[in-house]
Design a protein around this ligand. Structure first.
Ligand code: NCD
Ligand code: ZN
Length: 336
């Protein structure tokens, strides 16, 4: 009998479902494995007000009708954003305001140059009990040093807003990890599957793999290993956010690949294999199903997802994109 792992339908606390043509397929794909997901607001135009948030939620619910899936909403913080706008986003159901440093990643040209630009919005978020989700990269620093270089900004926000709850997204370095571990209870970090599975050498060690290009860029293996050790030992305030970020194959294979990895289809089977190999399969459920929900003060996830130790080859293409680990045969699969 193959070994099986039955867990509640996991939460994905960081996903890009896009807008327009791709949305329905990406949302349905996400809903095959995940019961809830925090959807990112970096659409064009951005999700930065109550009307666009409500319309976005409706579009996702329509796309995922018949599947048990709850989108959790975030709005994009914009320079000069008013208190009233933040409170209106909260009233429309947003739980999170997302901080993108200007130019740091896909669709972040309208991002923030320094936290003073959103002082009023951050105070309003603190007042409303919203969580600040941070893409922590300093665009001025060299590519591999951007995460570490941004940590002083996060430190400044933590001290200026003593009741604000913060999440440093997609941790990719030892420095980011150590910062979260040393921080207060109101600071947490998310980890992606790809930063746990892969390193810089997978991106460019043999041939240049555009489909593995993302922000933050994959780091040398010492960083990946530190992230692995942290989740395998079950350190607190670290939980899963896939940062699944689909870009159509033609765009990824153009001369200038946009940043983003379509990881949602393979993330859970790949993580089951990774945790299993490390003898840490029992740490997977808290990573996927409880630590995030607890930090977000949400009910723990319900329903059931079954992972089974059975060979599964990741399709070469899904939804017009090349998914993470395309063409590779994994030791575990998810029963959809
Ligand atoms: C994301 C995208 O494509 O929207 N890209 C990525 O490389 N992670 C944006 C982001 O979260 O940085
Ligand atoms: Zn992202």
């Amino acid at each position: 009998m193959p070994r099986t792992l039955r867990i509640p339908r996991p939460d994905d606390f960081h996903v890009h479902l896009r807008q327009g043509e791709g949305l329905a397929a990406y949302a349905r794909r996400e809903a095959l494995h995940f019961g809830r997901a925090l959807v990112m607001p970096n659409t064009l135009p951005p999700l930065s007000g109550p009307e666009s948030l409500s319309a976005y939620r409706a579009a996702i619910l329509e796309a995922t009708a018949g599947l048990s899936f709850e989108p959790l909403l975030s709005f994009k913080l914009l320079p000069g954003m008013a208190r009233q706008t933040v409170l209106a986003c909260a009233a429309a159901g947003a739980r999170v305001g997302k901080y993108y440093p200007a130019g740091a990643t896909t669709n972040a040209q309208d991002g923030i140059r320094e936290p003073g630009e959103i002082a009023e919005a951050l105070a309003a978020m603190e007042e409303a009990g919203l969580i600040l989700s941070i893409h922590g990269e300093d665009q001025e620093a060299p590519a591999l040093e951007r995460e570490a270089a941004f940590l002083p900004v996060v430190d400044g926000i933590l001290s200026s807003y003593p009741r604000l709850r913060l999440i440093l997204e997609h941790l990719s370095t030892r420095e980011g990890l150590a910062f979260v571990q040393a921080g207060p209870e109101r600071l947490a970090g998310t980890l992606t599957a790809h930063h746990l599975l892969l390193s810089l050498d997978d991106l460019l060690g043999e041939g240049l793999e555009a489909h593995l290009f993302c922000k933050p860029v994959l780091k040398p293996a010492v960083h990946r290993d530190a992230l692995r050790a942290a989740v395998f030992s079950g350190l607190p305030r670290l939980f899963f956010g896939s940062d699944s970020a689909p870009h159509p194959r033609v765009k990824k294979e153009s001369g200038r690949a946009p940043a983003g990895i379509y990881s949602a289809p393979a993330a859970l089977p790949a993580l089951a294999g990774l945790f299993d190999q490390a003898g840490a399969l029992d740490r997977l459920e808290p990573f996927l199903c409880s630590r995030g929900a607890d930090f977000y003060r949400l009910p723990r996830p319900r329903g059931q997802l079954t992972l089974v130790e059975e060979a599964w080859t990741v399709p070469d293409e899904l939804d017009g994109c090349v998914p993470l680990l395309a063409g590779q045969t994994l030791a575990w699969k998810a029963i959809e």
